[in-house]
Design a protein around this ligand. Structure first.
Ligand code: NAG
Ligand code: NAG
Ligand code: NAG
Length: 149
């Protein structure tokens, strides 16, 4: 009789362990495969520098993402006649494109790409620095081609 009870306890314990293992598998699937991922965020030329007066686009490439958004200094980017953005999905990927035309000095700052899916939020930051065109600098001072650096 006692043996039977011990066996029963063991069976229950094993059942419990199996359940736990299942739960862990599901959890690792959530975190390993379906979590949103930001694979790129920045300018096309991978620099953080934009010349004042130029048109730029910041691209954010996301995977496993339902909703994306852009922040500047922690607040949602407000669209206006110079600043526009759009998000486009393709298969498992989502592309966000933030376009700024006629860049101004105060477009400099910290931009954040936000990727969201099923309660999980992933962010990636990009620091943009708006600087004068090298030609502006050289015409103001001297014609030194080294200022193109
Ligand atoms: C990088 O590309 C943007 C356009 O996407 C351009 O405005 C900017 O001047 C480029 N930066 C440099 C350092 O060439
Ligand atoms: C920049 O964008 C503005 C409007 O969005 C456009 O009128 C202008 O021609 C563009 N400039 C360049 C250099 O592409
Ligand atoms: C200085 O640069 C301007 C244009 O950037 C050019 O027209 C001019 O010829 C240059 N002057 C010299 C001395 O190189």
């Amino acid at each position: 009789m006692e043996k039977t009870i011990t066996k029963l306890c063991l069976m229950l314990a094993m059942l419990y362990l199996v359940r736990m293992a299942d739960a862990m598998t599901i959890e690792s699937k959530v975190h390993g495969f379906t979590q949103p991922v930001i694979t790129y965020f920045g300018l096309h030329n991978a620099t953080g520098i934009a010349f004042i007066g130029s048109n730029i686009s910041l691209t954010c490439t996301m995977e496993n993402t339902i909703v994306g958004s852009f922040l500047k200094s922690g607040s949602p980017v407000a669209e206006n006649e110079r600043v526009t953005y759009l998000f486009q999905g393709s298969g498992n990927e989502l592309y966000g494109n933030l376009e700024i035309s006629q860049v101004k000095k105060d477009d400099s700052g910290v931009y954040t790409c936000v990727a969201y899916k099923a309660g999980i939020v992933v962010t990636r930051e990009f620091v943009l620095k708006a600087v004068p065109y090298p030609s502006d600098v050289s015409s103001q001072s001297n014609n030194n081609t080294r200022s193109l650096e």
